[in-house]
Design a protein around this ligand. Sequence first.
Ligand code: SF4
Length: 350
Amino acid sequence: MNSIYNYSREKLDLYFLDKSQTKFRSTQVFEALYKQKTTDFSEITNFKLELRELLKEDFYIPKFKIMKMQESLDETKKFLFELEDGNLIETVLMKNSYGYSICITTQAGCNMGCAFCASGLTKKKRNLTTSEMVQQVLEVDNIINKEGKRVSHIVLMGIGEPFDNYDNVLEFLRIVNDQKGLEIGSRHITISTCGIVPKIYEFAEFPLQVNLAISLHFSNNEKRSKYMKINKKYPLDELFKAVDFYFEKTNRRLTFEYILLNDVNDSLEDAKELVKLIKGRNAYVNLIPYNNTNIFTNSILLTRSTEEKMKAFYDYLKKNKINVTLRKEQGHDIDAACGQLRLKEIQWKV
Ligand code: SF4
């Protein structure tokens, strides 16, 4: 049996047409699932009994088990969910001035092996289904709905590389953006990639105006290849060719994420190289303070830049007319770094 959350409205249309029903049935199912938050097909009262029975035969409505929830002083909430097959995933909710954004996981583990990332320490076990991504949003939204709040923004920046799970992620985007679904505006959704070049070309053709962020973190090939395996396959010149194609095709501004690591990529030389790379492009740079993880990489303990260095880096970019922000830290009193909570739980179980 299939989870109903795997189905976009377009896919459900096909299902109902095949059952000699009108497409309007899928709109009704969507409203029941995502507006009324139905958890039982019997509650879809505008469906005749036979239709409800048909849905029950072909689909089910799954629910996650919440294994753990941590709440930070700044209201950041971190959830550890258990999937049906026992895999554990993390989801983070952050309070911002513009609303509540949720950072979702797209894979159980990750094979990209970025050296600064706790998630990269555990290999990918499998891709998440569309349903498992939708459920993360629904579960958290349901929890905060009780406090009169709602999830207004989604970032696909949790564990996993979204473009390594491309088809399921695109179906997820269609569902959460659907007006009859969760109705999260496409400009309120950001997908982040470490740089899978062929998928950047493909994504430029995707009709929804979803924001794209590139996890750049290094501005020369030598360093980027040392800390990010993906750069060996798709070095910076190939990445920026794809990025320029994306600009041309979509006319959308792109974000470059840059984690500041002490004595690794935070010098003024690094800032200069970054300016050279970005200048003249419709982009902005998001500087991110590193969450220390006690993880050794190439026998080096990666640590966070000092406040002075972060400020100097930021100022240099600003002075050179690069749009730049220094991300406000959230949830620093809980296991805030991507993958930390899951990693701890796995270690406890071993
Ligand atoms: S930073 Fe993202 S792509 Fe890289 S290992 Fe971590 S989860 Fe995977």
